[in-house]
Structures are given as structure tokens and as C-alpha cells.
Design a protein around this ligand. Structure first.
Ligand code: ADP
Length: 254
């Protein structure tokens, strides 16, 4: 009788847990949908604001005094910044809402695509981006390109006096691939190593290094969706190495 009561209690608890899980999943989906719609719908009025202010700038620059022209210039700058912010929030919400089924994906091709997207910052910084032999994994190709693009992009952006060098490699460790993206940039003090992966977390202001603080949060979401982990080792002033893992065998995305 005692064990029957126990089984009954367990079944009840299990049902409650399943219900709570379902509710959590629903509210997560609602939140993603909200982030997507809000950021998407914000784009149109913002485009109008920048458009009209730019018209003001080009048609009335001579009629306005220096102060008015400076305010217009700052308005245009803020609108551009907000545009970047909305674009990055959209990218963040898309990790789940626009996820593709996993396919065999050559990381060598992922690397080539990511570097092609970064052609301008590489040229502007006089940078060099290289890779060793890279494996094929099961994954969502556009998301893996985004992951590598964000990490290499940061390696190029956060450079010191030297022109940036970024080196991507991978090694098999047990049942997972460990990828590394190494740079020779400004580095990150150990106390920030965990927090930089949080959304909107930045260590610099816009004047020092422009950005939105969303890139590494996107990286973490992409890696977690692929069943892996991401972390950094670095010391301020001595470059950084970002590591992430991808299981060697297929995993079912959550
Ligand atoms: P963003 O670059 O838009 O600020 P990220 O989420 O990509 O946002 O990065 C968060 C913060 O982590 C950055 O503001 C920067 O301070 C730090 N960071 C990221 N990558 C590097 C790197 N390769 N070298 C030094 N600092 C970095």
C-alpha cells in the first residue's frame, strides 16, 4: 500500500513537472516572438526618422546655423546606432525562431563564408585571418557562419597597436571537437570572462570600440543549440582565445 501511494505521488509530481515544462516552453516562444516582432516593427519608423533628418541635412544645411547642423549630425548618428542595435536584437531572436535542421557542415566552408563577410574590416584593419584544417560537423550552417563571423570580427575589432591576427583551429577531444579562435588583441581581464557572454554586456563605450554587446550572447545561444559550451581564456593586454565545443556525433537540438 505504501509503495502504491509512493508511485501515485510520483506520477502526480511527474504530471505537474510536464505541465510546468509546457508552460515554460510556451512563454519562451511568446517572448521570442515578441522580441522578433518588436525589433522588426521598430525598423520602419526608424528608417523614416533617418530619411527625413537626412533630407533636412542635404536641403537645409546652408540655411541652418552650426548648432542646428551639429544636432542633425548627432540625430543621424543615433539613428544609425539604433539601426545596428535592432539588427543585432533580431539576429539574437532568430537563433531559435529561424533555426534550420542540422546537416553535415564543413567548417572549412563556414570559415570561408565568415571571412568573406568580414572583407571590409579585415582590409581596414590590415588584418590577417588564417585557419588550420577544420572538420565537418552536424550543424545549422548559417548559424555556424554567424558564430565564427562574430568571434573573428571581435578578434579584428579589439586589436591593440599591432595589426590584428586571428587564427582558427580545431582538435578532437574525446567525443567533441574543441574549436579555438585566437587573437593578438587587447585581451580581457579574468574577472570579465563569464559576464561578456551576457546580452548587452560591454566593457567599452561607443567611442572606444563601437558595438551592441549582443555578438557573444548570439555565439553562446548558437553553441548551446548545438550541444556545446563556449568560454574564453585571456589576460588584459595579451590577446584572447575563445573556445567552443561541438559534439562529434549528431545531437538533437533542444
Ligand atoms: P560588442 O563587440 O558588440 O560589444 P560582444 O557581445 O561581441 O559585443 O562582446 C562583448 C564584450 O566582450 C565587448 O564589448 C568587449 O569588451 C569584449 N570582447 C569580445 N571579444 C573580444 C576580444 N576578442 N578581445 C577583447 N575583448 C573582447
Amino acid at each position: 500500500q505504501y509503495s502504491q501511494a509512493l508511485v501515485h505521488k510520483l506520477e502526480e509530481k511527474n504530471a505537474e513537472l510536464a505541465q510546468a515544462n509546457q508552460a515554460l516552453k510556451r512563454s519562451n516562444e511568446d517572448l521570442q516572438q515578441f522580441a522578433y516582432i518588436a525589433s522588426h516593427d521598430l525598423q520602419t519608423p526608424l528608417r523614416n526618422i533617418s530619411g527625413f533628418v537626412q533630407l533636412l541635412q542635404s536641403n537645409y544645411a546652408e540655411a541652418l546655423d552650426a548648432q542646428a547642423n551639429d544636432w542633425i549630425r548627432r540625430t543621424v548618428q543615433s539613428a544609425e546606432q539604433m539601426h545596428t542595435l535592432i539588427r543585432d536584437v533580431l539576429a539574437y531572436s532568430r537563433v531559435d525562431s529561424q533555426a534550420l535542421a542540422f546537416q553535415p557542415t564543413s567548417f572549412r566552408e563556414v570559415f570561408t563564408d565568415a571571412v568573406a563577410q568580414l572583407e571590409t574590416p579585415i582590409r581596414d584593419a590590415g588584418g590577417r585571418v588564417i585557419c588550420d584544417e577544420l572538420p565537418t560537423v552536424m550543424g545549422d550552417r548559417p548559424q555556424l557562419v554567424q558564430l565564427l563571423q562574430n568571434l573573428i570580427g571581435n578578434g579584428l575589432k579589439y586589436h591593440g597597436r599591432e595589426p590584428p591576427h586571428v587564427h582558427v583551429s580545431a582538435r578532437l577531444d574525446g567525443s567533441e571537437w574543441i574549436f579555438s579562435v585566437r587573437d593578438n588583441g587587447i585581451g580581457i581581464a579574468p574577472k570579465h570572462h563569464e559576464r561578456i557572454f551576457e546580452i548587452f554586456r560591454r566593457l567599452h563605450n561607443q567611442q572606444e570600440y563601437p558595438g551592441t554587446g549582443i555578438g557573444l550572447a548570439v555565439c553562446r545561444r548558437v553553441v548551446q543549440r548545438h550541444g556545446g559550451r563556449i568560454w574564453v581564456t585571456s589576460e588584459a593586454g595579451h590577446g584572447s582565445v575563445f573556445y567552443f565545443t561541438i559534439p562529434e556525433k549528431t545531437v538533437d537540438p533542444p
